[in-house]
Design a protein around this ligand. Sequence first.
Ligand SMILES: [Zn+2]
Length: 274
Amino acid sequence: MSFSGIPALNYHAIDDQPMAATRNVSVSLSAFNEQVAWLHSEGYKSVKPQEMRDLLLKKEKLPGKHVLFTFDDGYHSLYTHGLEVLSRYGFTATLFLSTAYIGKAYGLKDFEFVNHDRQLSWDEIRTLSAHGWSIQSHGNNHVKMTSIDIKALEEEVRISKAIIEQNLGTVVDEFAFPYGIYNKNVLDQLKLTGYKFGYSVHSGLLSPSSKRYRLPRIEINNMDTMNTFKTKVTTGYISPENARRSKIRDIIYANASVKDMIEKWTPKFGFGNH
Ligand SMILES: [Zn+2]
């Protein structure tokens, strides 16, 4: 089979009390079960952190079908459900953690859709890590990183990395942008602080030609059917129109300064984060 790329799936909470069908980024436990079982039946394996490094740094293609599960924010439901469902099929995941909330409820309005969930505790995070999950940074306070000054930006990327490294004794050099939002300052700060990879929410499959500080991920949300899920996994996009638009965006946004200029002067022309 020829290598077409790796789907990096972007999840948030796994909800065993799904609410009305308003779009949000949690997925129901039953949908998650079905998605993971399908990936296993199709022969997908979790890509290991070292394999990902070889792919992106040495441009080594991976034989076989691989998938990367990523979870943003750090919900308790990953411990109660995510670990069990993924472990059943031998899958692991990368958790991008917002460190300021550990052990607490989320205080931000943006987290209303999971107000019956809370953030993981350190004991739970250690258990995930012991099961092979990679614990990486999603910043400290879950803020829009283009809306804060340079000092606060420096703190967001430095403190979150240091807190995880101190508590787990592991290396943190991957970052996922809260809300998928970034600009050139954010990318520069990641490099200065020792991060090697940045994960966006731009659609597409991950391949050796992906930009290291804005790697593509595909958001999986509660509006996905099994059909849209399969399309996202196999193509990296939700539709051919989304694919066309994203590919144009990737060419224009290849230079982060150009991206910043377009978003500043022509916000309506901007491509959004997906
Ligand atoms: Zn987030």
